[in-house]
Design a protein around this ligand. Structure first.
Ligand code: F0G
Length: 443
């Protein structure tokens, strides 16, 4: 008989089950909490892989022509043995995302050394691809024909693409009118059945949870623990890109609150294996209008979370009842990180500042820089600390937001920003252009 490569462990009561025994909504049958994937080496310390050998192997795979070696997720497959046969991986060569320096943003935020791990440079333009290749491959290998998710737009885009690659049917539930056009168009382009519910993200989750109990549909929301196995790999890639140095601080946006714990899992496992000597602080930033975790930390130190009715133009994180909040609290506490909230104006300004570095990101990603500014201002991050911002989505995901910002119509009371670059409409005459140039730029 084949040796068990992994199990699912309940994060509430610690019960362990086989991967194939999970309920359709990925909640523990005993206590209702979420699962995490554990391996003999990660939970019992058995068969600990050799750190030096892993580094060498992962480096070697970079020059391979095999699709799974070219994937920035499956290149690290030794730490995510969730498939019976790795050649079953459904991959779009995700991961392999750049780690950019942001010197001007660093200066504005008051740190000497600021980097951005740009997960928006994934095949469908967001960090969701790293998780989707993992969980959808599991679905395909286990013979599911239909997959579904509730989404603020990026998960649905990723799921639709990977399902199409695997020849599976995908059903997307999105809140009507509250997702960015780029994302909606992707799910249609990749051939998903797209259902817009007259509700918010939290309403979409409710309906999907009911549905998976009745129909043989595999759920691909981030409560699915296999998603997080893929989403932990950017942590590996990040320290590899830093020559196995560890930053002091990693800052992520908080929505449904799964990604912070996924990255944390990646760092903790690397520490366990001796690949790194410490885990960075992981901080989570929420939009003020969608801040249930921030409130929970203020009110009860993260013991209890009261759902809120969420509202923010950073639609990716417009979530009032985050499923994975307990996982997020655990990793924030374990690493000594912080939770902050930022205003709509602060998000818009930070997004323009990231754009002005020639990088760009979607609004939800920009909360990281806005949050960093607050954390340095309050003395919680020192100038000398090395900080990495997780930029979760590509700037082209939500061009409407960018255009509204630059035209000055994003909010009714939008503040003037020196970064605003509204388009200039002119007659097609050289003299008119020369005049406009004189007042706009220095030549
Ligand atoms: N940034 C972006 C661009 C996102 O799309 C999301 C979540 C987050 C941050 C927050 O990550 O949920 O793990 O805390 N988007 C989900 C979706 C909910 O449906 O695409 P999280």
């Amino acid at each position: 008989m084949k040796e068990k490569s992994h199990e699912l462990r309940c994060t509430g009561c610690g019960a362990r089950i086989a991967g194939t025994d999970a309920t359709s909504n990925f909640r523990c049958a005993q206590c209702g909490e979420l699962y995490e994937v554990v391996y003999p080496w990660s939970s019992d310390g058995a068969n600990l892989p050799n750190a030096g050998a892993l580094r060498w192997l992962w480096q070697e795979r970079r020059s391979s022509t095999l699709p799974i070696d070219q994937s920035g997720v499956w290149r690290f497959r030794d730490l995510l043995p969730i498939l019976d046969d790795p050649s079953h991986a459904v991959t779009l060569r995700e991961g392999n995302t750049p780690l950019y320096e942001l010197p001007r943003c660093g200066k504005i935020a008051g740190v000497d050394w600021l980097l951005a791990k740009h997960q928006g440079m994934n095949p469908t333009g967001s960090f969701k691809d790293t998780g989707m290749t993992a969980a959808l491959s599991v679905a395909a290998e286990r013979g599911f024909k239909v997959v579904a998710c509730a989404s603020t737009g990026n998960t649905s885009a990723a799921m639709a693409a990977y399902a199409a690659r695997a020849g599976l049917t995908s059903i997307v539930f999105i809140p009507e009118g509250k997702i960015a056009w780029g994302k909606l168009s992707q799910s249609m382009d990749y051939g998903a059945l797209t259902i817009q519910l007259k509700s918010d993200f939290d309403g979409c989750v409710r309906v999907l949870n009911d549905l998976v109990k009745r129909l043989p549909i595999y759920m691909l929301n981030s409560v699915n623990p296999y998603r997080l196995e893929g989403q932990k790999t950017p942590a590996l890639e990040m320290v590899e890109q830093m020559d196995w140095q560890v930053p002091e601080h990693v800052i992520v946006p908080g929505g449904n609150l799964a990604n912070s714990s996924a990255l944390g899992k990646g760092f903790e496992e690397m520490k366990r294996l001796g690949l790194i000597s410490r885990v960075p602080k992981i901080s989570v930033i929420q939009a003020h209008g969608a801040n249930p975790l921030y409130r929970a930390m203020q009110a009860s130190g993260g013991e209890q979370l009261e759902p809120v009715v969420a509202d923010t133009r950073a639609t990716a994180i417009r979530i009032g009842n985050p499923a994975s909040w307990k996982k997020a609290v655990r990793i924030i506490r374990a690493t000594g990180g912080w939770v902050e909230e930022v205003s709509e104006q602060e998000i818009a300004q930070a997004k323009a500042e990231i754009g002005a570095e020639g990088i760009g990101c979607e609004p939800a990603s920009a909360v990281t820089l806005a949050g960093l500014k607050k954390l340095t201002r309050d003395g919680r991050i020192g100038r000398e600390e090395r900080v990495v911002l997780l930029l979760t989505g590509h700037t082209l995901k939500d061009p409407e937001y960018t255009i509204d910002f630059h035209r000055g119509t994003l909010f009714s009371d939008q503040e003037a920003s020196s970064l605003r670059k509204p388009p200039i409409v002119l007659e097609a005459r050289t003299d008119a252009v020369l005049k406009a140039l004189e007042s706009s730029i220095q030549l």
